[in-house]
Design a protein around this ligand. Structure first.
Ligand SMILES: [Zn+2]
Length: 197
């Protein structure tokens, strides 16, 4: 088998979650932008949605690069979600500052959506699973504290299953209860976490 670069390896492992977040933030931009900023041309909404997706893509690259350049299993796994959390916080503060200073318009919404997408990426990748960042952190931590590699893998896998099925169940309950967007998001996330095990 051809050897993959560490960057490509992380990107492939996390492509599912990146796709889920990209579809959600793209959908959010497409639906919310015309409602929040009425009276613009269709091409303006389209450009703003595309800018949102491209900016999120760049933030995702930063997440993957953080994994690659950080040494150590626990620190390397934690680096990606930490970068996403930092970017999410930074963009959140930027959104607040722009809003307070009266700079309305599409760009403020785009900043807010990209910030939200980063926070979502951090949250989903921190969920424990066989190959998720949270799962690798949990496995490295159990391994370090017990010195038992097999027990560490089992612990991370079980935690991933439990979280995945809990999210799937939460998604189905939300869908039945009429909360379609939340339901689909929970179900997709649960499926992602449970299926990769
Ligand atoms: Zn990651």
């Amino acid at each position: 088998m051809r050897r993959q670069s560490p960057f490509a390896k992380y990107l492939i492992v996390e492509s599912g979650v990146l796709l889920i977040v990209a579809v959600l933030v793209g959908g959010l931009a497409a639906v919310r932008l015309p409602a929040a900023h009425p009276g613009r041309s269709a091409s303006q909404y389209l450009v703003a949605a595309l800018v949102t997706l491209v900016a999120f893509g760049l933030c995702a690259v930063a997440h993957e690069l953080a994994h690659v350049v950080t040494r150590g299993e626990l620190a390397g796994a934690a680096a990606g979600p930490l970068v996403s959390l930092g970017l999410g916080g930074l963009l959140g503060v930027t959104t607040v500052v722009l809003t307070v200073t009266g700079a309305g318009g599409l760009s403020v919404s785009v900043t807010a959506y990209v910030g939200l997408a980063n926070l979502a990426l951090a949250a989903v990748t921190l969920l424990p699973g066989e190959s998720s960042d949270g799962g690798r952190m949990l496995r490295a931590w159990i391994w370090r504290t017990t010195g038992d590699a097999r027990r560490a893998s089992r612990g991370a896998t079980r935690a991933g299953h439990a979280i995945g099925y809990a999210f799937l169940l939460g998604g189905v309950v939300s869908l039945v209860g009429g909360a379609a967007v939340v339901g689909i998001w929970l179900a997709l996330t649960g499926w992602f976490v449970a299926a990769q095990l």
